[in-house]
Design a binder for this molecule. Structure first.
Ligand SMILES: Nc1ncnc2c1ncn2[C@@H]1O[C@H](COP(=O)(O)OP(=O)(O)OP(=O)(O)O)[C@@H](O)[C@H]1O
Ligand SMILES: [Mg+2]
Length: 278
């Protein structure tokens, strides 16, 4: 959306130049008891791929759910901090409206409707934006061009397709919503390296050719840092490190840092030079 001359949009929208998503000092709990996040900050600028890295339980999925305003569905609460997407406060916008505005999540577990065909799953992604038939047909062609394997499987029930095909279907369905920011939770999970490579290449292609912005949570830092522009590392619900993917790739301690035990990681973080947090 273009900014008005005064830089202020109606309904409290504020022009935020190239900043598409900002998460500031976010804290969150589950069941008003379990503290999952206690200080997460990150940004995604238009046209960027940002990787969210961290070990099991670091809080990656919680951040992505919060960003998509889906935390409440798992009895989660944001207790502190702010999230803005395209200048609007995410907590005031329903998850369905966020999708319509271009923030489209593909959450953990490559959720497909197993009793629908691959093509029906893809079409579900277009329904939310009230797409016309002709638009749906051309968007399907586009998805099949990006993921040729899905075209061959388009009449198959998703429940009978491979893990890689299900992940591509879930991403394809999100793309059918015409996102501006794709929010992906561990697209590599449980998939063979070649499939992971192919999925990330396709995402990078979309990023380069169409300027699609992507926030991707990954435990696979090797692949994520190869394709991302910047990365933010979480540990125990906090942002502990951030910077360009190139810089982070060159740091020998990153893998040990975020894959190590909490105590080892904490020691490394405090002894490592403090970097600007993204
Ligand atoms: N639905 C839930 N109810 C209660 N606690 C939860 C729930 N989901 C996550 N948690 C807790 O919140 C913390 C952060 O979990 P989260 O799933 O966000 O981490 P993660 O970085 O995505 O981990 P993983 O790599 O295993 O997916 C963990 O301590 C986890 O046990
Ligand atoms: Mg997770």
């Amino acid at each position: 959306m273009a900014c008005s001359s005064a830089g202020i949009k109606p309904h409290g929208y504020k022009c935020m130049s190239d900043l598409l998503l900002s998460v500031e000092a976010l804290a969150a709990t589950y069941n008003h008891a379990i503290r999952a996040l206690s200080g997460v900050s990150l940004t995604v600028r238009r046209g960027e791929i940002v990787a969210l890295l961290g070990a099991n339980g670091a809080g990656k999925s919680t951040v992505l759910k919060a960003v998509s305003n889906l935390l409440y569905a798992q009895r989660g609460q944001i207790t502190e901090g702010q999230i803005h997407f395209d200048g609007g406060a995410v907590t005031t916008i329903s998850s369905a409206d966020l999708v319509r505005r271009g923030l489209v999540p593909v959450l953990e577990g490559r959720h497909c409707f197993h009793s629908l065909t691959v093509e029906e799953n893809l079409i579900v992604g277009a329904i939310g934006r009230d797409a016309r038939r002709s638009e749906i047909a051309s968007d399907l062609d586009r998805i099949y061009a990006l993921f040729p394997g899905l075209k061959q499987r388009r009449k198959s029930l998703s429940g009978f397709t491979s893990g890689g095909e299900q992940q591509m279907t879930a991403i394809g369905r999100a793309l059918m919503s015409r996102p501006r920011l794709l929010v992906l939770d561990e697209p590599s999970m449980g998939l063979a390296p070649l499939v992971v490579e192919s999925i990330f290449r396709t995402l990078k292609q979309l990023n380069v050719s169409e300027g699609l912005s992507i926030l991707v949570a990954e435990q696979n830092s090797t692949v994520a840092l190869r394709f991302a522009d910047r990365a933010t590392v979480l540990e125990n619900g906090r942002t502990v490190l951030g910077g360009s993917a190139l810089e982070l790739r060159q740091r020998a301690d990153i893998k040990a840092l975020y894959l190590g035990s909490p105590s080892e990681s904490a020691a490394r973080v405090s002894s490592s030079s403090n970097r600007a947090v993204a």
